[in-house]
Design a protein around this ligand. Structure first.
Ligand SMILES: CC(C)(COP(=O)(O)OP(=O)(O)OC[C@H]1O[C@@H](n2cnc3c(N)ncnc32)[C@H](O)[C@@H]1OP(=O)(O)O)[C@@H](O)C(=O)NCCC(=O)NCCS
Length: 223
C-alpha cells in the first residue's frame, strides 16, 4: 500500500514536468507536390504576373507590411537569391504572391518549418510562403502563380518544381492539385525542444532548430 502511495506522490510531482515537456513538442504533416513543365500558362484577366529579384526591395517591403512581417527579413530573401512572384492588379494592388528558390549554379537555403532551412540544389525548384490577400481569394490566383512559378524554375534549369501544403490546409492542397502538381510524399516534422525530427517512409533525420535539411535527400529526384 505504502509503495502505491509513494508512486502516486512521485507521479503527482512529475505531472507538471510531463505537461511542460509536452508543450515543447509540436508537429506538422506536410504533403509535397511535384510539377513537370506545362505547355501553356494561364493569364488572369486584368492582372499581371511578375517576378522580382534583387532590386525589387520595394515590392518585398510592401508584402512584408501587408502580412505584418519584418521588411528587412523579406529584403534579405532577395539578397540571398530567392525570387518573389506576384499578381499585380491594374490598380497597383498586389493581390497574391509567393517565393521561389531555383538555384542555377550553387545550392541555396530557403526558410522552412520550425526555423529549419531547406537546401535546394541546382536541378530543383522549391516554392514556399504563398499568400493571397483575403479580398482576392477564390479567384484562382494561387493556382495561376503556382503554374508560373514552376515555369520560372524550369527557365533556371530545374527539372522539377516542388511545392508543399500542410495536410490540414485544404485551400493550399487544392490549389496545388488544380495547378497540375502531383502529390509526391507526406513529410512529418516533429519538434522536441531544440530538436526536429523530419521523416517520411524510408527517411528519417534529426536536426537542430536552425539546422538544415537537403531537399534532394528528403525527396530524391526518383521518389
Ligand atoms: C492558400 C491560399 C494561398 C489560396 O489562395 P487563393 O488565391 O484563394 O487560391 P485559389 O483561388 O487558387 O483556390 C485554391 C483552391 O482552394 C479552394 N479554397 C479557397 N479557400 C478555401 C477555404 N477557405 N477552404 C477550403 N478550400 C478553399 C478554392 O475553392 C480552390 O479550389 P477549387 O478551385 O477546386 O474549388 C490562401 O487561402 C492563403 O493565402 N491562405 C493563407 C496562407 C496559406 O495558407 N498559404 C499556403 C501555404 S504556402
Amino acid at each position: 500500500m505504502t509503495v502505491f502511495r509513494q508512486m502516486d506522490r512521485v507521479l503527482l510531482r512529475l505531472r507538471p514536468l510531463y505537461w511542460s515537456a509536452r508543450g515543447l513538442i509540436r508537429s506538422r504533416t506536410l504533403a509535397f507536390f511535384v510539377c513537370q513543365r506545362q505547355a501553356q500558362l494561364p493569364t488572369p484577366d486584368g492582372t499581371e504576373i511578375r517576378l522580382g529579384g534583387v532590386g525589387r526591395e520595394d515590392i518585398a517591403t510592401r508584402l512584408a507590411v501587408a502580412r505584418g512581417d519584418d521588411p528587412r527579413e523579406y529584403c534579405a530573401r532577395l539578397t540571398a537569391g530567392h525570387w518573389v512572384i506576384y499578381a499585380l492588379g491594374s490598380d497597383g494592388d498586389i493581390q497574391s504572391w509567393g517565393w521561389l528558390t531555383a538555384p542555377a549554379n550553387v545550392p541555396q537555403d530557403s526558410p522552412w518549418e520550425f526555423g529549419i532551412r531547406m537546401r535546394v540544389a541546382p536541378g530543383s525548384g522549391f516554392l514556399w510562403d504563398y499568400f493571397t490577400m483575403p479580398d482576392y481569394r477564390g479567384r484562382g490566383l494561387y493556382r495561376i502563380l503556382l503554374q508560373h512559378s514552376a515555369e520560372q524554375c524550369f527557365l533556371r534549369g530545374a527539372r522539377r518544381a516542388l511545392g508543399y501544403a500542410d495536410v490540414s490546409n485544404t485551400a493550399s492542397s487544392r490549389g496545388l492539385a488544380n495547378a497540375q502538381y502531383l502529390g509526391q510524399a507526406e513529410i512529418h516534422v516533429k519538434r522536441f525542444g531544440p530538436f526536429c525530427q523530419i521523416s517520411r517512409h524510408g527517411f528519417r533525420q534529426t536536426v537542430l532548430v536552425g539546422g538544415m535539411v537537403e531537399l534532394d535527400a528528403l525527396l530524391p529526384h526518383t521518389v
